[in-house]
Design a protein. Structure first.
Length: 461
């Protein structure tokens, strides 16, 4: 498309529609109370605009739907596996491809193989399931983001980077043999969906390989990261997104992929590695929990759709539209007086709930309070990324998370501009009465990933 136009349009037309869940305020009050003030427990048909996650919520293309009819459903050696394997190898350069049903399965398999007591995994930032899988395998997870990643009000091109100096110091302190891998999450989901620069990825790769530590990429949003490199990093503006993505993968020794993000499918993922011994052990774990290695818990049609999505996601008209959609929401929230993590990321806008609801302390979960208010006001579902998700208790004392955010994750190819305009209007209304919003009290939760299972209630005024 001619780049001289100011308006970036959707690079698709709508072929099928699905009704939204319109509700009235009294019904939403009852639904939220019955859900224990945890929006994960709300039935989807009671949600109007669903920003809970961008994972598995994409609208598939007509070509992806056509792939469903081409799926080979053979138990072993299905043609569809080899289609996916070829696509992944060409994109990443990694030799061995193991399909799984979603990203956390790849995490679980890999952590089972390489982690254990006394081991520490280092990352720019582990996301919730990654951290939980590291810890479930008996290891520790340590985040080493750059300092500006936590300066939410200040814009910066690559706030997803890892602090390379801190990384090298930590490796030396722990001793390389106690660091089974380094993980680069691209984009950095826990801290605002911020991208990783090629310069930083190259530097981290050099450190990892100097100490003979494998570098694994969490590639769930690799295409969005690649396009932000194209937009923001000197020397890349004229390079195709596909070529940039291939360079990104070249600095790693393998990747974990939730295909439910940048492969534009509703289920699926893969683990791609170069180390033959890791693959041998991973395959044994995969067979126990996922299925035979050529289907990995998926139908052949899902493998076909995943392969197609990995190509479609690198179309630059799509990526320009995708990033502009997120920027548009961020622009609207700023105008409504809502503080957001700057700049808006590739897949979501993150509201700084700590700043927006200054009267609510971290121990009363300001992010969750805002999440509940969004649902009560207009049926919008979002997710807290703060002390409910990442806070800890130490010796009976509450240790808050480093951030109190609310993530508005935009499903790919799902909502239109008028939907986003409505969300901005709702936030503007909430901003007028934000001082009346009460904090939340945690009643019960599971020890890991407690935001999925927590039950809460509003604090008494």
């Amino acid at each position: 498309m001619d780049s001289s136009w100011k308006t970036i349009i959707e690079p698709f037309k709508i072929k099928a529609v699905e009704p939204l869940g319109f509700t009235q305020a009294p019904e939403r009050e009852r639904v939220l109370k019955d859900a224990g003030y945890n929006v994960f427990n709300i039935p989807a048909d009671k949600v109007l605009i669903d920003f809970l996650t961008d994972s598995g919520t994409s609208a598939m293309s007509s070509e992806q739907w056509a792939c469903l009819m081409r799926g080979d459903e053979s138990y072993a050696g299905a043609r569809s596996f080899f289609t996916l394997e070829k696509t992944v190898r060409e994109l990443t350069g990694y030799r061995h491809v193991l399909p799984v049903h979603q990203g956390r399965a790849a995490e679980r398999i890999l952590m089972t193989v390489v982690c254990g007591p006394g081991k520490t995994v280092l990352s720019n930032s582990h996301f919730d399931t990654t951290r939980a899988n590291v810890e479930a395998a008996g290891a520790s997870a340590v985040d080493l983001p750059v300092a500006e990643a936590l300066q939410f009000d200040l814009p910066g091109p690559f706030k997803g980077d890892m602090d390379a100096r801190a990384l090298e110091a930590k490796v030396r302190a722990l001793k390389p043999e106690n660091v089974p891998m380094i993980i680069m999450t691209m984009t950095n989901n826990s801290l605002g969906g911020q991208p990783v620069s090629m310069r930083n990825l190259r530097e981290v790769s050099e450190i990892a390989h100097h100490y003979r530590i494998p570098l694994i990429l969490d590639a769930a949003r690799f295409a969005e990261n690649a396009f932000m490199i194209k937009r923001r990093e000197p020397g890349y503006s004229k390079r195709p997104a596909r070529e940039i993505a291939k360079e990104m993968f070249s600095y790693g020794d393998g990747c974990m992929m939730s295909a439910k993000k940048d492969a534009l499918v509703n289920i699926g993922g893969f683990l791609a590695l170069n180390d033959a011994e890791w693959v041998r052990r991973a395959r044994e774990v995969l067979i126990l929990g996922e299925g035979f290695p050529t289907y990995g818990g998926l139908a052949g049609r899902d493998l076909e759709a995943m392969a197609r999505g990995l190509d479609e996601v690198l179309e630059e008209e799509y990526l320009a539209y995708r990033l502009r959609s997120v920027e548009y929401l961020g622009d609207g929230l700023r105008k409504a007086g809502v503080p957001v993590v700057e700049p808006p990321g590739g897949h979501a806008v993150y509201v700084n709930a700590k700043k927006f609801l200054e009267h609510i302390p971290p121990s009363s979960f300001p992010g969750q309070a805002l999440v509940c208010e969004l649902y009560l006001t207009a049926g919008i579902r979002a997710v807290e990324i703060g002390s409910l998700m990442f806070g800890e208790g130490q010796n009976g004392n509450f240790k808050p998370a480093r951030m109190e955010l609310v993530r508005l994750a935009l499903p790919r190819r799902v909502y239109t501009q008028s939907h986003i305009d409505f969300v901005v209007e709702v936030f503007a209304e909430i901003a007028k009465r934000k001082d009346l919003i009460r904090g939340m009290k945690l009643l019960e939760s599971s020890p890991r990933l407690r935001h999925f299972t927590a039950k809460l209630m509003p604090e008494v005024a």
